[in-house]
Design a protein around this ligand. Sequence first.
Ligand code: ATP
Ligand code: MG
Length: 446
Amino acid sequence: MINKLLGRVGRMFKSGKPRIIAVREHGISRDRIGSCALRTCDALQEAGYKAFVVGGAVRDLILGRDPKDFDIATDATPEEVRGIFRRSRMIGRRFRIVHVLCGRDMVEVSTFRGPAAEGDAGTRVEDEHGRLLRDNVWGDQAQDATRRDFTINALFYDPSREQVWDYHGGVADLKRKRLRIIGEPAQRYREDPVRMLRAVRFAAACGLEIDTNTRKPIKALAPLLANVPAARLYDEMLKLLLSGHAAECVKRLRKEGLHHGLLPLLDVILEQPLGERFVMLALKNTDARVLADKPISPAFLFAALTWHEVLAAWKKIEARGVPPAPALHEAMDEVLDKQTEQLAIPRRFTSDMKELWVLQPRFEQRSGQRPFRLLEHPRFRAAYDFLLLRCESGEVPTELGDWWTSFQNADADARATMLVADSGPVKKRRKRRRRKPAAAAAPAAD
Ligand code: ATP
Ligand code: MG
């Protein structure tokens, strides 16, 4: 009943007039806004412009969460904003915005945008699929609200009056836990296919259900993601993976048919019981770290997400008769080439990823000096964490992880007793080394 009523309120917002909501209903007091955002809004308003905190920050505050950052929307043009703030700079081409700096803090100020009029080519540019390549047509506040993606992201907060201006029923949608796109869903996804990924991320991160009409076109339009530049897809994937709800996001991506091409072969990995367990454990681990405010290494995460691909390639190459070590290197290159091309894992992460992978077989060697050398390796800690995930997923025996946990914590005497007896191939290598000087000496005797 209450949902029906809230739904009806949502549909009343077609007129372009906002519902202005007072603090007793939305609950956001001025002191919840960051000081840089407050100062920026106040200065813009004093100069005679409109200024609101907008987007994710308002959504998160209504949900009772701490916003990551504060974005500001205004009717001042970027040049006018630049004129008010000495410490500011203009950025972006697709969306021209101004960064205003306060000490080490920074807020993004964007000018209200509107729909393009005929003959505006140059300020608003689309590709052949309807994807917006540039969007710098200024508009009024109602138009700006309409070009935002979801109703819950189109809320404006005026800190001086402590009011929320709601043009599309976003507050009601938040209360009834609905994610609703603004406008005609298929057209909005064509303009920007990344909105499909954003739908999944916001639904998972805010615990919302995607509205039926918002959801319906996604499966059919999913292939449009292939036209999005790899760097932008990467940015969105990273936001998703570091949202603190990555496990839930990946589950929902699969459900919506959006995972193809984002994480190549992820669907194949997720169909192998061990692969799925490993990926889900890695994601849950990441989520726990994000929620505990611990640092996350994207290289570790990407190495985990693609590990079972490396394992599969490694096995195949070894089956061709290639020895284990060179086979692993070949497998890593094969997987990374594919991933950097399709998912746009930036090349800067690949050497860290390789290092994590290459260290894995070294955990099997528990004799002589080798465990001590591994312990001293600068990436030991990350590689050990990776090993523990492998144990937890059932890929390698738990005993191996336990051994390394004890070995690290043991004193020198205890470590010596833990070493496993030397194995065959090592002796062979030593023999060969001893022979070398004799062979080298032979020509000198000539
Ligand atoms: P978060 O920063 O927590 O991920 P957010 O909602 O702030 O979430 P941003 O990517 O920072 O997301 O974007 C800020 C605002 O800009 C959004 O709230 C939305 O109103 C608008 N926006 C962002 N991306 C799009 C898009 N692809 N299409 C339409 N509007 C968008
Ligand atoms: Mg944001």
